[in-house]
Design a binder for this molecule. Structure first.
Ligand SMILES: [Zn+2]
Length: 285
């Protein structure tokens, strides 16, 4: 996977995601006066990799790092970033809950057994940090409830809480001048549930919030940036399946039949997965 910094627009650079240890995309928005970083990375190493890459562009005068949500892969690099840290108030609350956790193999396995941690995250943490595991969780310095605006000089960023099934503290960042929307993981299904799930009303509410912003580029944390066309395709599939799940409720067969009739083809793997998540959401409500 690509380990070099990429240029997204005139004023935005990013380090592509790395599925090897579930590293999310890290981005820097460079205003005339200051630079804003989006997400702190999954470890000291990840944060340092990004900061070193930014150094080559002589990026200095950092405003802060904004966390899209509390999950380890977005927040464990905060200590190494050593910057003012901004996050939704729930993000801080969730990080406070895990601040005293022990991250040894034994402790991780124990939490997985008790259902407090997910097998996947546990494996990825072990892989990212190796045996010499020094994890320091750092809390955000500034929190917000709904939204905040940051002016970097010639570039304004709107940070807005949107919630959603993936994590209810999820926030998105819209960069008006560049027409780029950073979505974090907010569109992905829940992970801290027995099965990954989508709830019909949560997805509708989330899409409404996202559609308030008119962007040309959409950045989801664990994939490469999407064009408007690609993003609309993705959102339309999600909306269509959401509507059909509402119509057919737990009748999986009827849902799949109507969906493939409307699309005039068999479902893609992604569509199958989305259907599965809505079925899971319906079974727990
Ligand atoms: Zn996440």
């Amino acid at each position: 996977m690509e380990k070099n910094l990429k240029q997204l627009t005139n004023r935005i650079h990013y380090l592509p995601p790395d599925p090897e240890t579930d590293r999310p995309i890290l981005s820097a928005i460079c205003g005339i006066h200051q630079t804003l970083i989006i997400d702190a990375g999954n470890s000291d190493k990840h944060a340092q990799l990004f900061l070193d890459a930014l150094d080559q562009y002589q990026t200095t005068n950092y405003h802060s790092v904004v966390l899209t949500h509390w999950h380890w892969d977005h927040s464990f690099g905060t200590n190494k970033m050593n910057l003012l840290t901004i996050a939704h108030e729930n993000t801080k609350r969730y990080l406070e809950n895990i601040i005293d956790y022990d991250w040894s193999d034994e402790a991780l396995d124990n939490r997985v057994e008790k259902g407090l941690e997910i097998e996947f995250c546990s494996e990825m943490i072990k892989k990212e940090f190796g045996v010499d595991r020094n994890i320091t969780i750092t809390l955000p310095n500034i929190t917000f409830k709904e939204k905040m605006e940051i002016d970097l000089g010639g570039v304004r960023c709107v940070v807005q809480h949107v919630g959603g099934d993936h994590s209810d503290d999820s926030s998105i960042i819209f960069v008006e001048e560049e027409k780029v929307l950073f979505l974090g993981d907010c569109l992905y299904p829940s992970i801290y549930t027995q099965q990954p799930l989508y709830k019909i009303d949560h997805v509708r509410h989330l899409i409404e919030s996202i559609e308030m912003f008119d962007a040309d580029i959409y950045v989801l944390s664990h994939e490469l940036p999407l064009t408007k066309e690609q993003f609309i395709g993705y959102i339309n599939a999600l909306k269509l399946i959401c509507d059909l799940a509402d119509k057919h409720q737990s009748n999986h067969l009827n849902l799949v039949n109507e969906l493939s009739t409307q699309l005039n083809r068999p479902l893609s793997q992604l569509e199958e997965e989305i259907v599965y998540c809505f079925m899971n959401g319906l079974s727990v409500s």
